[in-house]
Design a protein around this ligand. Structure first.
Ligand code: NDP
Ligand code: PYC
Length: 337
C-alpha cells in the first residue's frame, strides 16, 4: 500500500508556487502552472498533477526553457489568433490568447488559436473546459516527443499527442474528454516506474520490439497507439494540424531538439473554438438534442467521459484536501531547498 501525505488545496498551491518561483519561474508563469497542476490534482489526474513540478524543475535546470518568457499575441486573421510563447511554458501563452479566441469564435462562429514555441506538459481538459464554461465547444491538440511507434511499426516516431473536446452543457459539468493517442499517457508509465509497479499488457514494447509490462523497458522502448491504426491515424492528424500547419515542430523534431536532455517537449498547440449558436437557426434545439444524447448514454448504465473526474472534484472540494504519495511529497520538498 502506497504511503500518502494529505494537504489542503491552498497548501498544494502555495508549495507549487514556492517550488516554481524558487527554481527560476516568474510569478506569472508560476501562477499559471500551479493553477493547472493543482486543478489536475484536485480532479485526481495524478500523471499531470503535482508530479509535474519535478518535470518543470528538471526542465528549468537544463537551461532550455525561459521561465520568464513574456508571450506575445498576434491577431493573425479574422478567425485566427497566434500566440508566440517565446520558449516559455504554454500555459501563460494560453491565458494570454484565450479571450481573443473566444471573441473570434463568437464573431465568426469558429476560430482557432495557434500557440507556438512553447514547452508543453499539461492536461488539455482544463483548456477546453474553459471554452465550454464560456458556452463554446472546443478542441485542443498538440504533439509531444516521438515516443510512440505507428501501428504496424516498432520504432518511436509519433508523440503521445493528446486530443481534447468539450461541449457546453447546462450547469457546471460539461461534456469533456481528453486522452493521449498513445494507449496510455507517458506520465502514467512514469508513475508506474516511480512506484515500481507493472504497466498493462499491450501498451508498449521494449527496445527489441517485444511486448513488455516493465515500465523502465517501456520508457526505453516504444509506446503503442491506442486502437491500433485508428489511434495511429489520429496521432498523425495531430502531428500535422499542431505541427506543420501552424509552423511548429512535430514530435520527432521536438525530440531531436531535446537531444537527450529529457526536458519537457517543445512544440506548438492548436485550439479550435466553435460557437454552437452560430451554426443553425435553432440556437436552443442544439442543446436540447445534445442533452437527449447524453441522457441516452447514461440510461444504458454507461458513463460519460469526465464523470470520474467530476466525482473526484466534488470529493476533493468537500474535504478541501488532496493526497499524494509520500515519496513524491519528499521529492517536491527537496526542490524547496
Ligand atoms: P485516460 O485514459 O485516463 O482518460 C481519457 C478520457 O476518457 C478521459 O476523458 C476519461 O474521463 C475518459 N474515460 C476513461 N474511462 C472511461 C469510461 N469507462 N467511460 C467513458 N469515459 C472514460 O487519459 P490518458 O491517460 O489518455 O491521458 C491522461 C492525460 O494526459 C490527459 O489529460 C492528456 O491531456 C494528458 N497528456 C498530455 C500530453 C501533453 O503533451 N501535454 C501528452 C499526453 C497526455 P475521466 O477523466 O472522467 O476518467
Ligand atoms: O503523459 O504523455 C504524457 C505527456 C507528454 C508530455 C506531457 N505529458
Amino acid at each position: 500500500m502506497t504511503e500518502l501525505v494529505s494537504m489542503s488545496l491552498s497548501e498544494a498551491f502555495d508549495i507549487s508556487l514556492a517550488v516554481l518561483e524558487g527554481n527560476g519561474f516568474s510569478r506569472d508563469h508560476a501562477e499559471a502552472i500551479a493553477t493547472v497542476i493543482c486543478d489536475a490534482q484536485r480532479d485526481e489526474c495524478h500523471s499531470h498533477g503535482l508530479y509535474r513540478l519535478l518535470v518543470c524543475v528538471r526542465t528549468m535546470k537544463t537551461g532550455i526553457v525561459d521561465g520568464k518568457a513574456k508571450p506575445e499575441v498576434f491577431d493573425h486573421a479574422p478567425g485566427i489568433v497566434r500566440v508566440d510563447a517565446k520558449k516559455g511554458y504554454s500555459l501563460l501563452a494560453l491565458n494570454a490568447g484565450l479571450s481573443s479566441l473566444m471573441e473570434k469564435a463568437r464573431n465568426n462562429g469558429i476560430a482557432a488559436m495557434a500557440i507556438q514555441n512553447c514547452f508543453h506538459f499539461s492536461a488539455l481538459w482544463p483548456e477546453v473546459e474553459k471554452l465550454a464554461e464560456a458556452g463554446l465547444a472546443g478542441l485542443a491538440m498538440n504533439p509531444s516527443h516521438s515516443w510512440v511507434a505507428p501501428a504496424g511499426g516498432r520504432a518511436p516516431l509519433l508523440g503521445t499527442n493528446p486530443f481534447a473536446f468539450a461541449w457546453p452543457r447546462p450547469g457546471s459539468e460539461h461534456f469533456v474528454f481528453d486522452f493521449a493517442t498513445s494507449a496510455v499517457a507517458r506520465g502514467e508509465i512514469e508513475l508506474h516506474s516511480r512506484a515500481g509497479t507493472p504497466i498493462s499488457q499491450s501498451v508498449a514494447i521494449d527496445r527489441n520490439g517485444n511486448p513488455t509490462t516493465d515500465p523502465g523497458a517501456a520508457l526505453a522502448g516504444a509506446m503503442l497507439p491506442f486502437g491500433g491504426h485508428k489511434g495511429s491515424a489520429l496521432s498523425l492528424m495531430i502531428e500535422l494540424l499542431a505541427g506543420p500547419l501552424i509552423g511548429d515542430l512535430t514530435s520527432s523534431e521536438s525530440k531531436a531538439l531535446d537531444g537527450g536532455i529529457d526536458a519537457t517537449p517543445m512544440h506548438g498547440e492548436l485550439l479550435i473554438a466553435i460557437d454552437p449558436k452560430r451554426f443553425t437557426d435553432e440556437p436552443v434545439r442544439h442543446s436540447e438534442r445534445a442533452e437527449a444524447l447524453f441522457n441516452a448514454v447514461v440510461a444504458q448504465g454507461a458513463r460519460l467521459p469526465s464523470q470520474r473526474r467530476y466525482e473526484a472534484r466534488r470529493r476533493t472540494l468537500s474535504t478541501g484536501h488532496v493526497s499524494i504519495p509520500t515519496a513524491l511529497y519528499n521529492d517536491i520538498c527537496a526542490l524547496l531547498a
